[in-house]
Design a protein around this ligand. Structure first.
Ligand code: PMP
Length: 451
């Protein structure tokens, strides 16, 4: 219940994706500080941060190395533009670092922006201009997956495959098409994961043939779908995506906003599937969320189309896009420090190991509680979906079972995010198995009490 002192928390902010009435009655927790996997609220209560902020604070909260890097840059200059013939060294060094880190994927240049939606937006404009420059002006369409999430700006949103994100804003941009995602749980086609991968890849191929390959610019997907409910595709799916894109001369964009920099247990999500995309989008974990930053990486094939080889200041080949905060030196300095921690502490490996333990512990819980309909994940990206044990179907949404479980966990000092009746677990990579035990025990207790 709101008190006089905390009712103002919801009076002036319009919170993202939140019901005003709900937040007025249930004021948000005021987060005041953080250290490692923990955050502390304004009453001094401590929580394990099971969502790493918004799956971005990968190296944990309050890292001195990142604070020092930001302060050192702040003492030099806080901001200067990289438009029009000036640059700054943190952005140059970060671009080099990103190219190094994505060498196995073949990335050669970085385009900077301020977050995931902008990184995706830039990718879409990049592929459209790319095909124009290649003399294929009709190749404009973008194909994506149902349940995919690529951001909220109108371009990125047009590729989203989540109905609740889209419905208020339609009509979205023309030329965006969604095809079936290989989601095993509850699908009507097959219970064989690999076969489902083949079926869904064939559906994509048929859609490309239907649209006409000469009209399709790119296909975009997340290596593991995140907001859509942590949907892990079968191992044959991404290699087939690459084959299909090659066959029809379509660019493959891997949206690595969540999966980049270690969350799946490999430095890149694409690497987990052994696939080289043409473009990769980054944000979130690029600098563990210390300052907003996005990046759109491209391979040589894409980059070369923008390279005139002449010295004219203005060229029709210049990428006609850019935001004020492109290459923000504070954000780039934070990224360099964060990526150093990721490498020095071998955090992708930790994410893989601790994530496997987390899944194993949750499987034990699932065997004791029939309310857990499905459990899936890779590394520290885990989804738990509830089902009504009496019907095997989702609970009536009005029962708010997922919300009650999440509230119970929060009460006990564990933050576990729920999107309706699916829990999304995405802690910082510095998580240890002891934290996992505490989280799983609390979660089980909450599930038992929600029955
Ligand atoms: N792509 C993916 C895969 C995401 O998960 C998100 C955010 N959850 C975005 C893009 C958009 O990022 P942002 O919220 O920083 O705009």
């Amino acid at each position: 219940m709101a008190t006089r002192s905390n009712s103002r928390l919801a009076d002036s902010i319009l919170y993202p994706f939140a019901n005003i009435g709900h937040l007025t009655e249930n004021p948000p927790v005021v987060v005041e500080s953080g250290e490692g996997v923990y955050i502390t609220d304004s009453t001094g209560k401590r929580y394990i941060d099971g969502q790493a902020g918004l799956w971005n604070v990968n190296v944990g909260h309050g890292r001195e190395e990142i604070k020092e890097a930001i302060k050192a840059q702040l003492d030099r200059i806080s901001y200067y533009t990289i438009f029009g013939g000036t640059t700054n060294m943190p952005s140059v060094e970060l671009a080099e670092r990103l190219c190094q880190l994505t060498r196995p994927e073949g990335m050669v240049r970085a385009f900077f922006s301020s977050g995931g939606s902008e990184a995706v937006e830039a990718a879409f404009k990049l592929v459209r201009q790319y095909w124009r420059l290649r003399g294929e002006a009709a190749k404009t369409k973008i194909i994506s997956l149902k349940r995919g999430y690529h951001g909220v700006t109108l371009g990125a949103l047009s590729a989203n495959g989540i109905t609740s994100n889209r419905e208020y804003f339609e009509p979205l941009l023309p030329g965006f098409i969604q095809v079936e995602t290989p989601h095993l749980y509850g699908n009507p086609y097959t219970q064989d994961h690999e076969e489902l991968g083949r079926i869904c890849a064939d559906m994509l191929e048929r859609e490309i043939q239907y649209q006409g390959p000469g009209t399709v610019a790119a296909f975009i997907a997340e290596p593991v779908q995140g907001v859509g409910g942590v949907i892990v595709p079968p191992a044959n799916y991404w290699p087939r995506l690459r084959e299909i894109c090659d066959k029809y001369d379509i660019l493959l964009i891997a949206d690595e906003v969540v999966t980049g920099f270690g969350r799946l247990g490999t430095m890149m999500g694409s690497r987990h599937w052994g696939v080289k995309p043409d473009i990769m989008t980054f944000a979130k974990g690029i600098n563990s969320g210390y300052i907003p930053l996005g990046a759109t990486m491209m391979n040589a094939k894409v980059a070369e189309a923008f390279d005139t080889g002449d010295a004219a200041q203005f060229s029709p080949k210049a990428f006609a896009h850019g935001n004020t905060y492109a290459g923000h030196p504070l954000a780039c300095a934070a990224a360099l420090a964060s990526l150093r921690i990721v490498e020095d502490e071998n955090l992708p490996e930790n994410a893989g190991r601790v994530g496997a333990y987390f899944l194993k512990r949750l499987k034990e819980v699932q065997s004791r509680h029939h309310m857990i309909g499905d459990l899936r994940g890779q590394g520290l990206m885990i989804g738990v979906e509830l089902a009504n044990p009496e019907t095997g179907r989702p609970f009536d949404i009005s029962r708010n079972v997922g919300g009650r479980i999440s509230d119970h966990c929060r009460e006990k000092g564990v933050i576990i995010r729920n999107l309706a009746d699916t829990f999304i677990i995405s802690p910082p990579f510095v998580l240890e198995t002891g934290h996992v035990d505490e989280m799983v025990d609390t979660f089980e207790e909450a599930v038992a009490s929600a029955g």
